[in-house]
Design a protein around this ligand. Structure first.
Ligand SMILES: [Zn+2]
Length: 444
């Protein structure tokens, strides 16, 4: 399917005609307009001590290597957005592998470092993940978490149906504490992207008032902050100038939260997630209700404890019952071991999952010992067989643990006491009007 029929199918004829009109207002025949939009976003983030992450199809990089090298030299991270701007779900595993390999070749020739992949239309399938792992990507960022922050009742049925088409296209998943955080699948870090994105907000819902867009983005940030997740905002540089005021509003909102939000690039998020994966607590019993705790972790780790006391070190207020512990070795006093326990028949995937979430876990604990731990789980069937079941069971399990009123230690999700993460990302699908129309030919 080519871009025209694809766009008409997902956007409808009227929307596609609108899109064509906006192409001529948002792009130019030279790089000038896009360059300006990219530099404005870079400047805005630089004033907050950070930088954006951009994804670009290899053929577009190949036509604009100087521009991309320039924004990379100003701190932007560059990731791969396909060889051409096509939907991987329409390709076989071999075709996905071949096209991704070709994209890597171009990035190497152009000497642009990359660590991550985002699919056009966030269009991934199981074969894509396998391809990314085989080709050594560190992360991908295709899982689209939907935040219900716009009241759709206020829109016409036509707009509502266009919005629903976007959700189907993006394979949107519900927003929970679990889905809002990265997770490992084999060697690949999967970093969620939050929607609605700029295309849905501006073009589908036709919300173009920057203040209203800023309000929507801030509300997403609020939800992400509460759930200790990451907000990966995706917006296209073609709307960069329109979006800049909204971006400023979002950044001001994020930095006004009681606890700091980590404003960063996706590559850093992936590296942090891999680093954090190896963090572990070790307990040595002293006498009744006292343990020496050794936290094997790096300097940046955030150690949190609730419903317990620490000897000779102070606890710093953090959020809710959680208090922050600066020490890496300390003596804890609590009515039970501040650790989760799993029954002998609970499969190892549950233990791995809880470790990834930052919890200390004792596996193979007999049921009669359950009172010695913060919480005891007997989950012989594990955490589900298909993706939907896994997502639901993992979300439910985390919700249960997070609501526990029992002594428990954990590693926070983000470094240096930060409560949530915010990564501003964008897809450079086209730089010029020529690129926009070349897509139609390229995806054939
Ligand atoms: Zn794209």
């Amino acid at each position: 399917m080519n871009l025209v029929s694809f766009s008409i199918k997902t956007k409808g004829v009227a929307n596609f005609a609108r899109r064509l009109r906006t192409v001529f207002t948002r792009f130019g025949f030279s790089e000038r307009r896009t360059r300006r939009a990219l530099l404005i976003a870079i400047q805005t983030l630089q004033s907050h001590g950070s930088a954006p992450t951009y994804f670009i199809p290899a053929v577009v990089l190949n036509r604009h290597p100087k521009l991309i090298a320039e924004i990379a030299s100003r701190g932007a991270e560059i990731g791969i957005h396909g060889y051409v701007h096509n939907d991987y779900r329409t390709l076989s595993a071999e075709q996905q592998y071949a096209q991704t390999g070709k994209a890597i070749e171009i990035f190497k020739q152009r000497q642009i470092d990359f660590a991550g992949f985002r699919n056009p239309y966030l269009g991934w399938n199981e074969a894509s993940l396998d391809v990314f792992r085989r080709l050594g990507f560190c992360y991908e960022t295709n899982e689209a978490v939907l935040h219900e922050v716009v009241n759709l009742q206020h829109f016409s049925p036509m707009i509502q149906s266009g919005f629903a088409k976007s959700l189907a296209l993006f394979q949107a998943i519900p927003c929970t504490s679990y889905t809002l955080r990265p997770h490992m699948e084999g060697t690949l870090v999967r970093i969620p992207t939050s929607i609605p994105d700029d295309e849905m907000t501006f073009d589908r819902l036709r919300i173009t008032n920057p203040q209203e867009v800023g309000r929507i983005w801030s509300e997403v940030m609020q939800r992400v902050y509460e759930r200790e997740g990451i907000y990966t905002l995706n917006y296209h540089p073609e709307r960069g100038i329109l979006c800049n005021q909204a971006l400023e509003q979002l950044l001001a909102f994020a930095s006004s939260q009681p606890l700091p939000v980590w404003l960063t690039r996706l590559g850093e998020v992936a590296r942090w997630w891999q680093e954090r994966l190896a963090f572990r607590f070790h307990f040595t019993p002293l006498d009744a209700g006292r343990w020496t705790v050794q936290a094997n972790c790096t300097e940046q780790a955030t150690i949190l404890g609730r419903y317990l006391d620490i000897e000779e070190h102070s606890l710093h207020p953090w959020s809710g019952p959680d208090q922050r512990i600066e020490a890496r070795e300390f003596i804890v006093r609590a009515p039970c071991l501040p650790c989760l326990a799993l029954s002998p028949r609970t499969p190892v995937e549950v233990e791995d999952f809880l470790h990834e979430q930052g919890y200390p876990v004792a596996a193979g604990v007999e049921e009669q010992a359950h009172a010695d731990y913060a919480c005891y789980f007997d989950l012989p069937d594990g955490l589900g067989t298909n993706r939907e079941e896994q997502r639901n069971l993992r979300s439910e399990l985390l919700q249960k643990i997070e609501a526990l009123e029992a002594p428990l230690l954990r590693f926070g999700y983000w470094p240096s006491g930060q409560r949530a993460a915010l990564a501003i990302s964008g897809d450079i699908d086209s730089v010029t009007i020529q690129d926009f129309f070349l897509r139609i030919i390229e995806v054939r």
